[in-house]
Design a binder for this molecule. Structure first.
Ligand code: HEC
Ligand code: HEC
Ligand code: HEC
Ligand code: HEC
Ligand code: HEC
Ligand code: HEC
Length: 252
């Protein structure tokens, strides 16, 4: 009995350790992400089960062709240029191909539960978004696929299904009128984004805010850069925006 208990503890410890190892590996750069992908791959199936994107192309020509514009094409750079782009997400495809396209033999994102999809994405992006599952969105089952689409994104920015603020308004209809008030942050005009103040992937602050509202001065991420791009020099030189000094009206 004691030996059994001991080995059980050992197994738990090892699992935990490998979890920590993986977490430290995935945080940060592209290299790490790619390694994380291959790590996950290695544990799921042997290398022989991977057929490569060229094989997928024979039946899914459209999906592969369009992928040239996708930041995920970089997955092909893994393993000295022998990365498996499609299968890094959909899993090993040999059985799917040999069965002539049996959909039960390949990972179907559109049929999977939000949490399952999130886990797939977080295997590579967990380093950048470690708080997601604890965020209000994560807890409310608003998963990665609610806002992002890998193949059919409608925004040139960050594979978003639609651009901001429209994306956020599809669910937060109650917030929209606030930005039509006589005095408002220029969100609908495109000068400020919802995500300049909020991080939809979760933060350690209230309301998924990037910075505290207790009178803190905030320079929304990317505001200066966007102002420069649009040639609004005065905005770029403006002192940091104060979100909400005590007793002032709400920001929206
Ligand atoms: C021999 C032809 C063939 C090859 C090669 C092939 N597929 Fe398929 N695939 C199919 C067919 C047929 C379907 C079913 C289509 C349908 O039901 O609309 C399918 C369906 C899928 C689906 C599910 C579609 C859905 O509606 O969710 C995915 C994902 C997929 N394939 C990915 C891949 C990937 C990744 C590869 C390369 C590893 C690949 N396929 C290679 C024929 C193929
Ligand atoms: C980064 C992860 C990822 C990669 C890489 C990827 N897919 Fe997908 N695939 C998805 C997701 C997520 C969906 C669900 C629809 C969406 O988000 O666009 C999907 C959906 C599909 C579908 C079903 C049709 C649809 O639009 O619902 C097919 C077929 C498919 N992928 C094939 C491929 C092929 C072929 C490749 C390689 C060129 C590939 N995928 C690479 C994540 C990925
Ligand atoms: C196998 C690893 C892997 C998986 C799984 C994966 N990604 Fe990625 N993702 C990457 C890499 C690599 C890039 C390119 C990073 C770069 O260009 O710096 C990327 C880029 C992105 C970007 C664009 C980032 C930017 O700055 O433009 C988004 C958004 C994204 N992924 C979302 C997702 C979503 C949603 C899923 C799940 C459906 C997913 N990814 C699954 C590896 C992965
Ligand atoms: C409520 C909508 C929403 C959800 C849910 C969401 N995202 Fe995002 N994501 C965005 C928006 C908006 C941006 C662009 C602004 C930004 O960078 O925060 C973005 C940017 C990104 C980027 C590129 C910039 C960065 O911060 O790394 C990646 C990668 C990404 N998301 C991955 C994911 C993954 C993985 C999930 C699921 C675990 C997810 N997102 C869930 C809205 C969302
Ligand atoms: C200038 C910064 C800023 C911008 C831009 C911004 N928000 Fe907020 N948002 C805040 C602050 C600060 C709070 C917290 C307000 C409070 O506690 O009274 C908040 C609260 C919220 C809440 C919670 C509301 C509640 O009653 O609990 C939601 C939902 C929200 N924002 C969505 C959005 C959406 C969607 C957009 C874009 C259309 C957006 N925000 C743009 C700063 C901003
Ligand atoms: C698919 C629907 C959906 C989309 C798209 C969406 N949200 Fe949410 N959001 C929710 C739900 C559900 C909640 C949790 C319930 C609530 O507070 O309304 C939530 C909560 C929030 C909160 C409140 C957090 C808190 O702690 O109270 C903020 C802020 C927020 N979302 C911002 C955004 C921003 C910014 C975007 C666009 C980048 C966005 N949401 C896109 C569904 C969505």
């Amino acid at each position: 009995m004691r030996r059994l208990l001991l080995s059980a503890t050992l197994v738990t410890l090892l699992t935990l350790l490998s979890g920590v190892w993986r977490f430290s590996r995935v945080s940060g750069a592209v290299d790490d992400k790619q390694q994380a992908g291959s790590h996950q791959k290695a544990s799921a199936a042997s290398t022989d089960d991977y057929v490569g994107s060229e094989v997928c192309e024979t039946c899914h020509a459209e999906a592969v062709k369009k992928f040239a514009d996708n930041p995920h094409w970089k997955l092909s750079l893994a393993h000295e240029g022998k990365g498996v782009t499609c299968e890094a997400c959909h899993g090993a495809g040999k059985e799917h191909v040999e069965s002539g396209g049996d959909v039960t033999k390949i990972f179907q994102f559109s049929k999977a539960a939000p949490k399952v999809v999130d886990q797939k994405c977080l295997a590579c992006h967990g380093g950048a978004h470690p708080n997601f599952e604890r965020s209000t969105h994560g807890e409310a089952n608003v998963g990665c696929a609610s806002c992002h689409s890998v193949h059919a994104f409608k925004s040139e920015e960050k594979l978003l299904k639609v651009s901001q603020p429209k994306l956020c308004y599809t669910c937060h209809t109650d917030i929209k009128p606030a930005f039509a008030q006589p005095f408002h942050h220029k969100v609908d005009e495109g000068l400020v984004s919802c995500s300049d103040c909020h991080n939809p992937h979760g933060t350690f602050k209230q309301k998924q805010l990037r910075s505290s509202v207790a009178g803190d001065a905030v320079q929304p991420a990317g505001l200066a850069e966007r102002s420069r791009v649009r040639g609004v020099a005065t905005l770029a030189r403006r002192p940091p925006l104060v979100l909400r000094p005590p007793n002032s009206p709400r920001p929206h």
